[in-house]
Write a new protein. Structure first.
Length: 207
């Protein structure tokens, strides 16, 4: 079970509301990148219902779906930000991930006064104090909760895209470059939600 070690350090430093932020969907060949920010206040206690919160990649789809609803029930505020495939192609995936994070922060009420985020790079051009934590989604409760919200939100979007473009199997692989997905792209060509700036799609359309 994850503890509130990182969050408590920030509360002890005088911050009132701490936000954990993470994204899902940097690697896929199709669809959006989705970020989520989860806010907790001083005195927050991890309820037993949230004991399974962890890096979304370590959880089954069933557990992520269950925890998604519980996170919305027990956390103070949740913000979600989305950048679609066209934005990713226009500004690149890293910048799109940062933009999605900024959108997630902008959607929050109330807003945090400090952020914890997964990885090494801080979000550029924001005024909030922030701390980047390597492997934060496996160590920091609020980041792990954010990873679940981002992953479930994105998976649901890709399931909806599967209904629109059923030949590509988006519900199965969520846009990642599986063998089946790559074979379908080669067979059918890219569909409207494929990222034109990603290989092998970039090479296919430049021929």
């Amino acid at each position: 079970m994850l503890e509130l070690t990182w969050e408590k350090q920030l509360f002890a430093a005088g911050y009132r509301l701490v936000g954990g932020i993470d994204e899902a969907g940097r690697g896929p060949l199709a669809g959006p990148v989705v970020a989520a920010c989860v806010v907790c206040p001083p005195g927050f206690v991890i309820k037993k219902e949230l004991a399974l919160v962890n890096d979304s990649k370590k959880l089954s789809e069933k557990k992520r779906e269950m925890l998604f609803d519980l996170i919305f029930e027990f956390l103070l505020a949740i913000g979600i930000g989305i950048c679609d495939h066209t934005t990713i192609d226009r500004i690149n995936i890293l910048e799109a991930a940062f933009l999605a994070m900024k959108k997630a922060i902008g959607a929050l009420k109330p807003k945090p006064d400090c952020l914890l985020l997964d990885g090494r790079l801080p979000i550029p051009n924001i005024s909030l104090p922030q701390k980047a934590v390597v492997r934060g989604d496996a160590q920091v409760f609020t980041i792990a909760a954010a990873s679940i919200v981002a992953k479930v939100t994105r998976d649901r979007l890709m399931a909806a895209m599967d209904e629109r473009y059923p030949a590509y199997g988006f519900k199965r692989h969520k846009g990642y470059g599986t063998k089946f997905h790559c074979e379908q792209i080669k067979k059918l060509g890219p569909c409207p939600i494929h990222r034109r700036s990603f290989s092998p799609i970039k090479e296919m359309i430049s021929r």
